[in-house]
Write a protein that binds this ligand. Structure first.
Ligand SMILES: [Zn+2]
Length: 384
């Protein structure tokens, strides 16, 4: 029986006592109260066609699925607190990057079999389709998925690819994959991830991503690796300017050849880097609620997305980790519209920009951008 230990630094509210069955039923009861999709999202946003460029598979697990896994594998959650606070950010928790990253420590324990990995991959695509996402780039960290049972990384990647393709066909949504490499892990692991990605370009792996603990680990050691990725025909996106400053955005663009920046909101701290990103047309994968939950901004109204758009930056709107943040892309469009005052026309422009920033061949990209623009405009003029 596997013990679910809260990762260090985790905020645990209260402990369970009793048998596994009473724990499970209590978990089920509590989970039922919180859906991933916030109930207050209006249909107006739900029906809009969407593009997702920045979503982590590991941050997309449905809580009810996790509950089933806990039950099926008799995972012992006794004395470790409720499951949900271990895997989702709650309102009364500290909004810090340590707390945010700690959720992945628990999530990692769930990849206990090929079936589970295939199931969560399928469900991530299904959830996107249900949210009217037309095109999604789903990223995942093979090292993280393989660790629970010591599966070979290449094997894990093939399970994800297989399931994502089946789900994409079934739900009629276009999906491409990005391999994430953690900057707080070794270059050996990174190298293996890159090799696996290179060998699977024909299977829909379109890029590599540098993720993980930006606050404490530099991207510098990964420079050659990303050069190799680019030479090999993969596209590059780098988490930067999220938990550290504008210099990291500059480094990602100039030294690592990033086509896109994950978050990048702290670019505004240096006008020279803003100018550089604007000139290059670098795409920013902005994730508003995630930035709140990981303590990058204190409140939504402080979020600089409007300022980024006004500065001429190529901004797109994304979720990052829908399950951890209990959001979807509809609720994010609603947040930037209602709470940050971004007009629906501008949201439409940003959705089109996301299509144009997709890691697809040029022809396919412009076809997608035109189709999404047309559908978005049609939805906007429909009566309520
Ligand atoms: Zn991310």
């Amino acid at each position: 029986m596997l013990k679910v230990e809260p990762p260090s630094g985790i905020f645990v509210r209260s402990a369970f006592s009793g048998t596994i069955n009473t724990i499970i039923s209590e978990l089920m009861e509590r989970t039922a109260m919180t859906e991933i999709i916030p109930p207050e999202v209006s249909d107006f946003y739900k029906v809009l066609p969407k593009i997702e460029l920045h979503r982590h598979l590991e941050g997309s697990l449905r809580v009810p699925t996790m509950m089933e896994i806990v039950r099926a594998h008799e995972m012992d959650v006794k004395n470790t607190g409720y499951l949900r606070p271990l895997v989702q950010v709650d309102h009364d928790e500290p909004y810090t990057f340590e707390n945010f990253l700690s959720k992945f420590g628990t999530l990692r324990l769930f990849y206990k079999s090929p079936d589970i990995i295939k199931r969560v991959s399928w469900e991530a695509v299904e959830d996107a389709a249900l949210d009217n996402v037309r095109y999604m780039e789903l990223r995942f960290t093979p090292a993280a998925l393989s660790r629970a049972q010591g599966f070979p990384m290449a094997q894990v990647v093939d399970w994800v690819i297989e399931s994502v393709h089946q789900a994409a066909d079934h739900f009629q949504v276009m999906v491409r994959l990005i391999i994430s490499i953690n900057r707080h892990e070794s270059l050996d692991i990174a190298g293996e991830g890159l090799e696996i990605a290179m060998a699977r370009k024909k299977d829909g792996i379109v890029g590599v991503d540098l993720a993980g603990n930006e606050a404490e680990f530099s991207a510098e050691p990964f420079r050659d690796l990303f050069e190799e990725a680019r030479q090999g025909g993969l596209r590059v996106t780098i988490h930067a300017g999220e938990w550290s400053g504008a210099e990291n955005v500059r480094q990602a663009i100039e030294d690592l050849g990033a086509d896109r920046i994950g978050h990048g909101i702290r670019v505004l701290e240096d006008p020279r880097v803003v100018a550089l990103a604007r000139e290059r047309g670098t795409v920013f994968e902005v994730c508003v609620t995630s930035n709140l939950h990981s303590g990058v901004v204190d409140k939504v109204s402080d979020h600089p997305i409007v300022k980024m758009i006004e500065s001429g930056l190529n901004v797109t709107i994304n979720t990052d980790d829908p399950s951890i943040s209990r959001i979807n892309l509809s609720s994010e469009y609603q947040t930037v519209h209602k709470d940050l005052g971004i007009s629906m026309d501008m949201i439409g422009t940003r959705v089109k920009a996301a299509a144009q920033g997709a890691f697809l061949p040029a022809e396919l990209r412009s076809k997608l951008a035109n189709a999404i623009e047309k559908e978005f405009m049609r939805r906007l003029i429909l009566p309520d």
